[in-house]
Design a protein around this ligand. Structure first.
Ligand code: NDP
Length: 323
């Protein structure tokens, strides 16, 4: 019987349960997909705990790779046996077999293995829109990137460096500092330092062109203080909790700053947008310009343990669950 991880109430990792499910035949526009690897993401913890509430009971997980097993009516651009990867909502990727909308799937080239595909879609496409849309990085820019040794962080550090930026990474341990440097960060600031003051030291007093801040509540004001006039604050996560309300005058007094609070799915909402963004990502990964490091693997049934490790800052790079 196919297995899915589901939860019936919001809460800690203990609410995640493996349940036997029935997976029928694919409907119009759907395929049946046998997963080979599933990506773990911080957003999964927001769904589980209810920061981003879901109708309950709910599935969980927004990223995976697998093999197409059956096609529903109207699916023309995929074939049985195709290797694909995706990021999609509603959350349901923590499972071994599922029905999935064909419009969300991207075919993987032979040069990209399944674990890489499963780990790179949500995090890699996030790095894409952060650096190519939210604040399009220019060669010669200096930017500040939080959680630089993490999942999105390692990919964004490599990609920004590839675009010619100088990346200052923020991390919490010396091991993570070494990893972030190995993935392109030119400078490192430790999370317990005065991040704004250190950023100004490293930029001759000017501040950075953009801050990519996934930590949220704890770091928001320091991030504003690290920007140059007209700088762009890209607040894209809540690892320490959601950012609290603030006065727009905080932006005026620091030099006409910009703030954006983006969400990946608004940048890949059409099939064309998804395919164009994925093509950029796949090209860089296939060429080795962006390396996807799967540093942790857990059996699908150990999803709760994976959540504990992610929330306790014990993971680096990418993490996959294996069905
Ligand atoms: P990571 O692998 O980056 O793990 C989170 C990291 O955040 C930790 O390793 C840790 O790094 C850092 N961190 C800082 N403060 C805390 C805290 N209080 N608790 C836990 N971790 C903390 O996760 P992901 O790559 O999956 O996601 C990174 C961030 O990007 C998340 O906030 C996620 O929500 C966000 N995101 C947003 C998207 C969007 O479209 N808006 C899409 C994808 C991800 P360190 O120890 O070095 O500080």
């Amino acid at each position: 019987m196919p297995t899915a991880i589901r939860f019936a109430r919001h809460g800690g990792p203990e609410v995640l349960e493996a349940v036997a499910v029935t997976v029928g035949e694919p409907g119009e526009g759907e395929v049946r997909l046998r997963h080979t690897a599933i990506g773990l993401n911080f957003i999964d913890t927001y769904h589980r705990e209810g920061l981003y509430p879901l109708p309950l009971p709910s599935g969980i997980g927004v990223e995976a790779a697998g093999v197409v097993e059956a096609l529903g009516p109207g699916v023309e651009d995929l074939a049985v046996g195709d290797r694909v990867a995706y990021t999609s909502r509603p959350p349901a990727s923590y499972c071994d077999v599922r029905l999935a909308p064909a419009a969300h799937l991207v075919r993987l080239p032979e040069t990209i293995d399944d674990e890489t595909g499963a780990a790179m879609m949500l995090k890699g496409l996030t790095a894409w829109y952060l650096l190519r849309r939210s604040y399009p990085v220019q060669a010669g820019d200096t930017v500040l990137l939080y959680a630089a040794a993490g999942g999105v962080g390692q990919i964004a550090a490599q990609w920004a460096t590839h675009l010619g930026a100088r990346v200052i990474g923020v991390v919490s341990t010396q091991d993570k500092a070494a990893l972030a440097q190995a993935h392109g960060c030119a400078e490192i600031i430790m999370a317990d330092e005065d991040v704004a003051a250190r950023t100004r030291e490293l930029t001759g007093g000017e501040g950075v062109a953009a801050v990519y801040d996934s930590v949220g509540k704890e770091t928001f004001m320091a991030s504003l203080n690290a920007l140059r006039p007209h700088g762009v604050m890209v607040s894209f996560g809540n690892a320490s909790g959601p950012v609290e309300p603030f006065s727009l005058l905080e932006l005026a007094s620091r030099g006409s700053l910009y703030v954006t609070r983006p969400v990946l799915f608004d940048f890949i909402g059409t099939r064309d947008a998804l395919l164009a963004a994925s093509a950029e990502l796949i090209e860089l990964v296939a060429a080795g310009s962006v390396k996807i490091n799967v540093s942790q693997r857990y059996p699908l049934g150990a999803a709760a343990e994976a959540h504990r490790d992610l929330e306790a800052r014990r993971t680096t790079g990418q993490t996959v669950l294996l069905p």
